[in-house]
Design a protein around this ligand. Sequence first.
Ligand SMILES: Nc1nc2c(ncn2[C@@H]2O[C@H](COP(=O)(O)OP(=O)(O)OP(=O)(O)O)[C@@H](O)[C@H]2O)c(=O)[nH]1
Ligand SMILES: [Mg+2]
Length: 460
Amino acid sequence: METNKPVFAVVGQPNKGKSSVVATLARLSDVEISARSGTTKKSDVFDVISNNEVLYRLYDTPGFQRARQVISWMQSQKPDASERANTVKTFIEYAKQSDLFLDERELLGPILSDHQATGIIYVVDGSIPFHASIESELEVLQWTGRPRMALINPIESNEYVEQWKKALGQYFSIVRVFNPVDASFNEQMQLLDGFMQLEGGWRQSLNYAKTQLTKEKQNLLEMSAHHITLMLESILRLQLKAPLLHESMMDTEKTLLLLSFKKQVIKLESDCFAKLALLFKHHIHIKGDQIIIDPQKLFDKEQWFLWGLNPKQIVKYSALTGFTVGAAIDLSVGGASFLLGALGGGLLGGVGSLATMKFSDKWLKDIHLNGENLVAGPINNQAFMFALFGRSISYIKSINQRNHADQNDVIEVKSVNWSEKLNNKRMIELSRLLKTLNKRDFKVSEQIRLQSIVMQLLAD
Ligand SMILES: Nc1nc2c(ncn2[C@@H]2O[C@H](COP(=O)(O)OP(=O)(O)OP(=O)(O)O)[C@@H](O)[C@H]2O)c(=O)[nH]1
Ligand SMILES: [Mg+2]
């Protein structure tokens, strides 16, 4: 085993989120996390790896069970302050002969190993009050003399966080609130900063770890932008053909072809989302009900406004990019003349009347006969295209923010207001790029431009 990498042991009482902290920091789905107390029975080491390189290591440990007896045993040895760490080691040897201290010997072993210098991450639950009985644990950890940081995990609430801060501040020079399920990437990096403060010897390795993890994050986003671009290309270029067997079958065959088309669109989107989940090392199956972007609702007009642009923006950008506005707006209610007027007299100044305008829910060219074949596609509604685009942006944001401590196998994707982040010029560029896919495949330069818009939206 390499010994020059920083090593941390995550310790605390049972069921306080120790394994969750390890899963999130190591970005691993296979750390055992459970609502059942006493899940982790043996200490286990998990490497934080990027690009096949170990950056630092984390020990997941069982919870303290008999800290009070441990401290009494150690006190009975009457060591002076300089011998305390050795007394903890003696205790570990003693505990190997006894069944009483299985958890303590497991959790203290990695902290005072002769092969490595270990830092301590002590985890408590900020939703339950501090209790003096845990002071024995704090003393045991103090006796080890190892650098240590306390994390207050507000599992249910942050009701007792302030109380914990005061108590832990007496034993730990760094006390942080850290929720492994929600912690952002920056908060995770700040933990490494904390350890650099505690132990100068780790500075170089931990700075390197931060640089590598940040690079990796950026790479993942770039790869996601690439996948999204390919997915949009395949959906917006999609055309399906089926031979018309008999004139009398026209309506039935059209219906079947439309169904196949919808199925194919859903599959292209879900396959891409599943690929992205794997890219971010989330072992979840993205099918139907496991992702709260209902694929069936993709074809529901109201959903287009939710994921894409609002009606006012749709009118504006469809018109500005010369998109067939009729596809987005039902011309029978005067969309075209309204639009011309609006564009002429200060862009969409009188948008009030939009309320009376009916948006078409048609998203596909009419299925038509071409020779012997019925042809469906391509999709030709800009509102629908913006929605597809917005769904993928929202999805990457969710998967990017999801931590590995998150046990929920359903990914709840919240719609993000992405259009606010693009200026007029960028929006027109996006609109034109989507429109291009109606006519032909992307050139490489266009793929890169769309990817760069996606990257702009993901960067924050
Ligand atoms: N909502 C929420 N749940 C959390 C959080 N941290 C942990 N949990 C839940 O709390 C339970 C215990 O989490 P674990 O990470 O297994 O805790 P542990 O300290 O390793 O537990 P043992 O191995 O049994 O000692 C699990 O059901 C977690 O999903 C949190 O920040 N928020
Ligand atoms: Mg555990």
